[in-house]
Design a protein around this ligand. Structure first.
Ligand code: 0A1
Ligand code: ZN
Length: 883
């Protein structure tokens, strides 16, 4: 159990393990109240370790029953978080018997129960809640696992690797023996004992090997497994094709569980998933759900190489596997989208990813939890599964690909695997492989400086200034970079910033230019900024251009491009880079929203409206792209642009702008509704989803007008839509416009889907995120018979949605939102610290709040932080927020 004085762990304290455990056999006698675990390990002192070195074993919330060394009882010492063995021989067999209580494990870390079934979650430090073990990722062992459990309740017994044998025992139990041929760290261990059914698929890899793919779910959910299986098959094929990485196991299993702290987990050969990222059919899942399932299935599968075959030396290196694997899943989804929707589908996916980065990672990097992609210290590692480690980490990998090219990146991956397969390594090792595989590249030349992306927190700000000289036909672009201090890092050094760019003429045509002596003349260049200030001279420029900078968002920075409205309108209409077209629209929206938030006077001018109209009417543009252009920057993103945040005011301005777009573009919205009528049948593919998305955006705007006819249409769709996307979007349009019919529609929806927990999560979240939601309404949702604080999905659907996803309603002058938040953090913390600590982050940005919000938040936060029973996880978050 962690205590108040949980220590700070520092990256520079790393010491290699003194002992290796080459082989372990784990025997489980599974019982909900008291599970017995016998662990038999083959231990060997590492070459170079001192003969006096102790063996440190972690253990948490388990009871030690016996410990034998080479068959004899051995004396051990208790430590803070486990036991220590001294005076050890060079090699020995260690047998430890422990007991734990899966039923009482509400943290969902270690061995726990979901309903009447057993599951495990061991990343990052859950294995120590199962048995005593050096619970660190650089100790890799071969696991054999014996499972025994009552056959009538747990007919399916699964663990990592290959099933060696299975037999009924005389006492009514079933015994299964699993063997994983690959050495792995303890965080990748998993077991499942449950009553489940599975969808199976046999595949043959490119290399000719046969594999069995399985997706396990509860009875009754089998009709929701097709998309996960399709996504898994696509993942296997993609990794072979793009990176030459094949599945290395005969069998690959996915198991869905409804009580899960995170999205999914890449345990070797036995991925365990939150049901949210497995189950889908057209009646219960939206297009967005289908998309998430594809990317999460891909993500976990890709970890098999980037994470499992090569893992992290220590948890500070988490982004080694996470940043790289997010990059891989993003590329996978882009490639799949492009297969069905062409190149513009790739751009749509990129824009969505950048939107997420800006919505969640930029605020983190500007707040009290700002940390480098490779953090320097932590109290609870679970708090560092962050957008910085994941999403910014992926951007760092993407920049490497931008600097060395796609083929160069593939070469770097090959070198990485040939050097490190089977090892536990660092972010530096990955960067070194990429740079070594691409000698002479900008990444190689600036490798040391590029490493700052792992070491420095904060989002760099770029400022651009251009000067055209007609006489010499040159355009001189001066770029400066700076980064604000972040906690613990006062001074920042200049980083390597790849800036992909082009030039656009005032007539909208792309202008060719030459970026350097060794490059040819063309429409695009990659500039590599390495200094605090640097000028780039572009030659053979025929006219005064508008620079289109940071195309495709080539670096995770904030760019002040210095452009005015007129330039942006040209970029929105003509830029050949779809990302920057979208970006121009976002900036045009912001330049109208921000003054309105500050001065209260919203002006939605004709030039802006005409530009949006032109996008909506352009037959060459994808509906999905149009939807993105017509979607305003989020309230959170607007808040980040302001020195002081008044969330209700931002919300009102945002709503006013949406209403203005609804009114001013009414004819276009109506036209879209009629012309985008659905194709027959439902497919979640890019084209169909894009049409639905834009059509439903039209309906949302039309409902905002308060027109009974359109609200009636939306109600009708809640009744008779043939898929969840259309049904739910219509329901959301009613709730979002505070339509009179909303209540009846909500009731109808709940009656229809009462037995579909994932659909009910949406229903709860829609109400918790509704404009003007009162705290009493949130409490009423929590009194609903189907609400439970113990189920993370359900708790998040109500509490996190309100506190983190509904700023206009959560931040109240009377501070009642904050009191509610504190109450829920405390209640959750007693059950599940990981989930509580995430909710605690709702107040990360409290210091930026305008009066009276910050003033009413502070005492509530201080009182919560002083609560003596708080977990180390939650304490760490609050401590940083209040520091
Ligand atoms: N490695 C997983 C994320 C994960 C982390 C911790 C968990 O339990 C607390 C569960 C999953 C991934 O990146 O998908
Ligand atoms: Zn991951």
């Amino acid at each position: 159990m962690r205590t108040d004085q949980a220590p700070v762990i520092s990256r520079l304290q790393y010491e290699a393990p003194a002992y290796a455990i080459d082989q372990v056999t784990l025997e489980f006698d599974l019982d909900p109240e008291r599970t017995r675990v016998k662990s038999r390990m083959q231990v060997r002192r590492m070459p170079g370790a001192a003969p006096t070195a102790p063996l440190l074993l972690d253990g948490e919330d388990i009871t030690l029953q016996s410990l034998l060394l080479d068959g004899k009882p051995y004396v051990y010492a208790q430590t803070d978080g486990g036991i220590r063995l001294d005076k050890l021989p060079e090699t020995f067999a260690l047998e430890i018997v422990t007991a734990c209580s899966p039923r009482g494990n509400t943290r969902l870390s270690g061995l726990y129960m979901s309903g009447d079934a057993f599951f495990t979650q061991c990343e990052a430090e859950g294995f120590r809640r199962i048995t005593y073990w050096p619970d660190r990722p650089d100790v890799m062992s071969r696991f054999t696992v014996v499972l025994r459990a009552d056959k009538s309740i747990y007919p399916v017994l699964l663990s990592n690797g290959n099933l060696r044998s299975q037999r009924p025992l005389d006492d009514g139990r079933l015994e299964a023996v699993w063997e994983d041929p690959f050495p792995k760290p303890s965080y990748l261990f998993a077991l499942v004992a449950a009553r489940l059914v599975c969808r199976e698929q046999r595949i043959r890899s490119r290399a000719g090997r046969e594999h069995l793919l399985q997706v396990y779910v509860r009875e009754g959910d089998l009709d929701k497994t097709d998309h996960a299986m399709q996504s898994l098959m696509a993942s296997v094929a993609w990794d072979e094709q793009r990176f030459g990485l094949s599945l290395d196991l005969d069998r690959f299993m996915i198991v869905a569980v409804s009580d899960f702290n995170m999205g999914a987990m890449e345990n070797k050969g036995l991925n365990i998933f939150n049901t949210k990222y497995v189950l889908a059919n057209p009646a219960t899942a939206t297009d967005a759900d289908y998309q998430h399932i594809e990317s999460v299935v891909g993500h976990e599968y890709f970890h098999n190489w980037t994470g499992n075959r090569i893992t992290c030396r220590d948890w500070f290196q988490l982004s080694l596997k996470e940043g790289l694997t997010v990059f891989r899943d993003q590329e996978f989804s882009q490639d799949l989208a492009a297969q069905s929707g062409g190149e513009s589908a790739r751009a749509v996916k990129r824009i969505e990813d950048v939107r997420t980065l800006r919505a969640v990672q930029f605020p983190e990097d500007a707040g009290p939890m700002a940390h480098p992609v490779r953090p320097d210290s932590y109290v609870a590692i679970d708090n560092f599964y962050t957008p910085t480690v994941y999403e910014k980490g992926a951007e760092v990998v993407r920049m490497m690909q931008t600097l060395v090219g796609r083929a160069g990146f593939a070469k770097g991956m090959q070198l990485y695997f040939s050097r490190h397969d089977g090892q536990a390594v660092t972010c530096d090792d990955f960067l070194a492989a990429m740079a070594d595989a691409n000698p002479g590249s900008a990444l190689d030349t600036h490798r040391q400086q590029f490493g700052l992306w792992y070491a420095q927190a904060g989002t760099p700000r770029l400022r651009a200034q251009g000067r055209f000289d007609a006489a010499s036909r040159t355009y001189t672009l001066t770029l400066t970079q700076a980064c604000q201090p972040t906690p613990g890092q006062g001074e920042k050094q200049a980083q390597v910033v790849p800036v992909r760019m082009g030039l656009v003429g005032r007539d909208g045509a792309a202008l060719a230019f030459r970026a350097g002596d060794r490059t040819g003349r063309g429409p695009e260049a990659l500039l590599v900024l390495t200094q605090p200030e640097q000028s780039f001279v572009l030659h053979e420029v025929d006219a005064d251009p508008i620079p289109s900078l940071l195309r495709g968002f080539s670096a995770p920075v904030i760019l002040d491009d210095g452009l005015g409205d007129a330039d942006r309108l040209i970029l929105l209409a003509h830029d050949t880079d779809p990302f920057n077209r979208w970006e121009a629209a976002q900036r045009l929206a912001l330049s109208r929203l921000l003054p309105a938030v500050c001065e209260g006077d919203l002006k939605v001018d004709a030039a802006y409206l005409d530009a949006l109209r032109a996008v909506l009417r352009d037959p060459a543009l994808d509906p999905a792209f149009k939807e993105l252009v017509l979607t305003l920057p989020s309230e959170g993103y607007i808040a980040e642009q302001l020195g002081e945040i008044d969330p209700p005011r931002i919300h009102q301005t945002h709503q006013a702008m949406r209403l203005a777009l609804a009114q001013q573009l009414q004819a276009d919205w109506e036209q879209l509704w009629h012309t985008l009528a659905p194709n027959r049948g439902y497919s979640p593919d890019f084209a169909d989803a894009g049409r639905r998305g834009l059509r439903n955006l039209a309906l949302t705007h039309l409902c905002l007008l308060g027109d009974a006819q359109w609200q009636g249409r939306a109600y009708q769709r809640v009744k008779d839509a043939d898929n969840m996307t259309d049904r739910f979007d219509a329901l959301a349009a009613l709730v979002g416009s505070r339509a009179q019919l909303a209540e009846a529609a909500l009731q109808r929806f709940a009656a229809q889907f009462a037995h579909e927990p994932l659909v009910m999560d949406k229903w709860f979240a829609l109400q918790a995120g509704a404009p003007g939601a009162e705290i009493e309404a949130i409490r009423a949702l929590m009194r609903h018979a189907d609400f439970s604080l113990r189920n993370p999905n359900r708790a998040r659907s109500v509490i996190s949605t309100f506190c983190q996803g509904n700023p206009g309603a959560f931040h109240r002058a009377d501070g009642a939102g904050y009191a509610f938040w504190a109450e829920q953090v405390r209640a959750l913390d007693a059950i599940n610290p990981q989930v509580a600590a995430r909710l605690a982050r709702a107040m990360d940005r409290w210091r930026k709040l305008a009066p009276p919000y910050a003033q009413s938040a502070e005492p509530v936060m201080r009182e919560l932080a002083a609560h003596p029973g708080l977990s180390a996880d939650t304490r760490e978050i609050l401590g940083k927020a209040l520091a």
